[in-house]
Design a protein around this ligand. Sequence first.
Ligand code: LLP
Length: 415
Amino acid sequence: MNNKIIYSNNGKYFIENIAVDEIEKKFDTPAYVYSKKSILDSYRSFEEAFKTSNHLICFAVKANPNLAILNLLANHGAGFDIVSGGELQRVIAAKGDPKKVVFSGIGKSSKEIELAIHHQILAFNIESEPELYRIQAIAQKMGKIANISVRVNPNVDAKTHPYISTGLKDNKFGVDEQKAIELYKIANNMDSIAIRGIDCHIGSQITELSPFIDSIAKLVGIIDKLKVLGIHIAHLDIGGGIGINYENEKPPNFKAYAEAILPLLEKQNLKIIFEPGRAILGKAGVLLTKVEYVKKGSTKNFAIIDAAMNDLMRPSLYNAYHDIINTSQSSESSAQFDVVGPVCETGDFIGKDRMLSLEEGNVLAVVDVGAYGMSMSSNYNSRVRPVELLVDENKIIEIRKRENFNDLIRGESII
Ligand code: LLP
């Protein structure tokens, strides 16, 4: 699970059976490149770990919403976790099954709710009382039944970056136990609402098992209390959050995760839903980028590359670490570099203090960017977004074209 998709053979770098320099020649840089095999290996090993249980993997679309990737996962049986109408439309465009879709997020608009009811999604993960009332009203008006699950905020510390921790009581997500029970009681009396599940998502890039175990214990406790009230829960959605190894983290593998949580659910007749994003896609992508200039200063050396914070936000936003590999030969001796983009912000860096041997024109690979890479990119500084490529053994498939100037100004006009 922690292997890099890019490897060297006699000094030449490859992704699956394709040489990196071939990709660069055909498609130029910056380019996001994914390995189909890596995506499917992760997905299948998740499936394998839970094969003895009644379960559904709902890939978190926000991690990587490219249609080809959604389609690949849908073809292998995945459902999807969405957080917007746009993500639902992507799932449908990618031939995903809306009946395997769970809809999370605290700010679902009426239009989004209507669209999701129309497509009869598996569950709305309700995050507040007014949301429940709004969904009931819309479903009633449409003459339909909306399936719901209440997102519980279990108040456990996921021990991850504060920006991506979501299960503490001060966070904006979900409701506490008492409120959850109250919402189930209200929902139980609503004529256009069907109670299906219970849900939580406590954060992202979690590398320990205990936060998951504690959350499940909380949810199971609530399920038991609901039983006494005559309210039956059919599924438990534990959310996403399993981390990957970026630098030297030691996240649990899927088997260890399954072994830790399945015993807690043994006595419950529940379907388990997962919403992984990073654990399926994170390792499966690299960002290829070229060195434009080598700028040697008195206190720092800069490798100025053709990718920037607009292409990959994670270093700037979370100070996140991504390994950087030079895939080209260089005769320069190794030196310490800040690897930075052309964007006019000091926070525009991809890596700091990296020992690299490099020169102008070299192609670098920024690794482990398959999740929250392209999906968080922007056009800041009027930069076009990179091409996205999927490598499948000996084939390179262009799954999203590089943007051009017309894409940048689409919808704009002069007065
Ligand atoms: N379910 C819900 C309700 C979520 O909010 C998220 C992620 C997931 C599932 C998937 O979590 P994962 O398995 O990927 O950890 N941009 C950040 C990550 C933000 C995650 C937000 N929610 C990053 O680049 O690290």
